[in-house]
Design a protein. Structure first.
Length: 86
């Protein structure tokens, strides 16, 4: 299985692949469900190997650990999905 970090880096650095609309689905522990956000709201910091930030609707960033990402959609099509936990 391709690590989520590799998918996110490909979105940023591969111009042909990244020229699309991406949505990241992550498990929200408060709501106990997968929350989908546009990749435009994702902030990846160089050197950060464990998490990324999502800018909330109120403008505040929220840290999301990579292990909570469950799915990635490209132009509405599911291209990556983490297996369900046991």
């Amino acid at each position: 299985m391709t690590p989520i970090q590799d998918i996110l880096h490909r979105i940023i650095w591969d111009l042909d692949f990244g020229n699309a609309h991406f949505v990241i689905g992550y498990h929200d522990r408060v709501f106990d469900r997968v929350v989908r956000v546009s990749f435009e709201r994702v902030i990846l910091e160089r050197g950060q190997h464990f998490s990324f930030d999502v800018v909330q609707r109120d403008g505040e960033p929220r840290m999301i650990p990579f292990h909570r990402v469950r799915e990635v959609l490209r132009n509405g099509e599911l291209i990556w999905q983490r297996p369900a936990p046991p």
